[in-house]
Ligand binder design. Structure first.
Ligand code: AMP
Ligand code: MG
Length: 332
């Protein structure tokens, strides 16, 4: 069932909390992408997330909390993490923190690690967690390796009735997943670029920010494993569109070949990267629906949200045919 959150938010929260209490997996809107959520403290419910999503069990889940008190029950906040938390939560930032040894989440949630990835989301999902009273483990609401869901219909397309309750909060505001950070050796390590740009968090962190594989540059797509992938192949840095391709672009410039291309998706005519991020996944899914075998995508700058956009596109363009396990291993 798809339930419109705006029509009756109180009813939506009540139904969702009841389903979570029963140990069910439900789909919820967050400001980044839709999440496949279950009670993070209920091991059987968490196992069900992995089954429904076909996610390898060694890939830990992000636990979503409503406030810092809830975070502190399960994790220990070092001073730099606390500064980031106060500045950017609720928001599109995930912190990998030391687990609180007195109150650990089930090992299926954290994949048996001594750390736990935590985020405080904004909006409806925050209200739901507050009302439910416990953290929600929630990866993106898509089948492992596919493009993340940014609308309720995307969730239904991937899972059908396997997810009995899908809460529809409209299209997600940010449209890419959270930025994942870990404070380590006096610095901040970027584990995944995302909805919170590095340029925004740098002055607050006020310590060096490093990236294990990023170093501020894009990796060659060939070095990456496929993920966030549509069915069609993806051709990046396209300076022209070829016969039979769909085109994803932004801005007002005309791309050579565009006049003959029946499937042009302009993600932001005014060239705003936040609009590009918000519209990207829906455009990849639409390009698949029109049945093209290749999607040409114009170059996108790597500053601000462009870093996360380019990261996802590089993975979407990476070689196919890998097992889901290999695909996940290839992620940042
Ligand atoms: P997803 O739920 O698909 O948005 O991805 C969550 C990401 O968080 C995965 O890439 C995980 O590897 C990462 N993650 C979750 N928990 C931890 C942790 N304890 N340490 C490091 N990375 C984590
Ligand atoms: Mg995901």
């Amino acid at each position: 069932m798809i339930m419109d959150v705006a029509a009756n938010e109180i009813q939506a929260i009540r139904l969702a909390a009841q389903a979570l209490e029963r140990g069910e997996v439900i789909a919820i809107p967050t400001e980044t992408v839709y999440g496949l959520a279950a009670d993070a403290t209920n091991e059987r419910a968490v196992v069900r997330i992995f089954e429904v999503k076909r996610r390898p069990s060694f890939n830990p889940l992000i636990c979503h909390c409503s406030d810092l008190d809830m975070v502190s029950e399960y994790a220990i906040l070092d001073p730099v993490s606390l500064r980031l938390a106060k500045a950017f939560w609720p928001g599109p930032m995930t912190l990998v923190l030391k687990s609180n040894p007195e109150h650990r989440l089930p090992s299926r949630t954290t994949a048996g690690l001594e750390t736990v990835a935590i985020r405080i989301p904004a909006g409806f999902s925050n209200e739901l967690i507050r009302s439910f009273g416990r953290p929600l483990a929630a990866p993106s609401a898509n089948i492992s390796g596919k493009v993340s869901a940014t609308a309720a219909a995307h969730v239904r397309d991937d899972f059908g009735d396997e997810v009995p309750l899908i809460l529809d909060g409209g299209p997600t505001e940010i449209g890419v997943e959270s930025t994942i950070l870990m404070v380590k050796d006096g610095g901040v390590e970027l584990l995944r670029p995302g909805g919170l740009p590095i340029e925004t968090l740098q002055p607050v962190a006020n310590v060096p920010i490093s990236a294990r594989t990023f170093e501020g540059r894009l990796l060659a797509p060939g070095m990456l494993k496929s993920h966030y992938a549509p069915r069609a192949t993806v051709r990046l840095e396209a300076t022209e569109v070829r016969r039979g391709e769909a085109l994803i672009k932004f801005g007002s410039d005309t791309v050579p070949g565009e006049a003959d291309c029946p499937h042009v998706f302009n993600l932001s005519p005014r060239g705003d990267l936040a609009e590009v991020a918000a519209a990207l996944y829906a455009a990849l899914k639409l390009a698949d629906e029109v049945g093209v075998s290749e999607i040409a995508i114009v170059p996108i700058p790597i500053s601000g949200l462009g870093l996360a956009i380019n990261d996802r596109l590089s993975r979407a363009a990476a070689p196919r045919g890998l097992s889901p396990d290999e695909a996940v291993l290839g992620r940042l």
